[in-house]
Design a protein around this ligand. Sequence first.
Ligand code: DAK
Length: 259
Amino acid sequence: MGEFDDIAVSRPADGVTLIVIARPEARNALRTRTLAEIAAVLTAAADDAAARAVVITGGVKHFAAGADLKEMAPLDAIGVLTHERPRHWRAIQSFPKPLVAAVCGYALGAGCELALACDLVVAGSNAQFGQPEINLGMIPGAGGAARLARTCGKALAMQMVLTGAPIDARAALAAGIAVEVDEPESAIARAIEIASLIASKPPLAVRAAKEAVLRALEAPLSEAVAADRQAFALLAASEDRREGIAAFLEKRTPRFTGR
Ligand code: DAK
């Protein structure tokens, strides 16, 4: 699946793309190249009908220890403002298919923001989620404060961005950041299992379902509900809806085509 320096990409299950961040010597710090490679895989997967869900992980020891501080250090305000990183973040944040994170070890700074940008997070019991930018005279630069506030509310978001102290996997589960906690050795397999289940669902409905949940975080409730209704009606035109209902009534397994 192409040649990459900072990530490994594979297809561990039907319809599932697996991205493994592989810079252990830098605790998987997200240098620009790493982000660019992740964005490139997601951009390609968005247009690939065979890619139905993506899992991203850093392996069992570290998810990602933030932006690469060696790379960030020399940047001045104009350098930050004109940097290519926000473009790669946009590709990640606007990926239209389900993105599942398996987070083991440190997910700090941009690493935590990457996990928060995913649709589902399976945490290894050794996971640590944190926004330590405050210790460096910064604030989260890729939406971490906003996403934390919306995901787990003001109190915990304030604690995390003001103190920089990380929370563990159990706290992340309680806060709604993680959907479940597993042993580190099984977290990635579990994320693949969830992605695989999603990949077996009708793709148009999956896409609409993801949009519906994300819309709820952005739009006023009445607008979000109205837009859901439109999407619901639109799906009535899909072959997969007909197939799904027919298969249920005929007591057989549906064969979804993505149409
Ligand atoms: N960057 C570069 N190198 C890192 C790194 C990082 N974030 N984190 C670790 N490393 C490197 C260390 O420098 C060390 O390299 P060598 O000295 O061996 O060459 C190696 O990884 C091992 O690190 P440690 O010896 O520290 O390993 P430990 O296991 O003891 O500790 C740790 C692991 C993750 C707790 C610790 O390394 C750590 O605290 N790392 C820094 C965490 C951090 O502060 N991260 C936040 C970075 S700020 C932007 C959007 C977003 C951002 C920026 C811009 N735009 C849209 C423009 C985001 C900013 C951030 O994420």
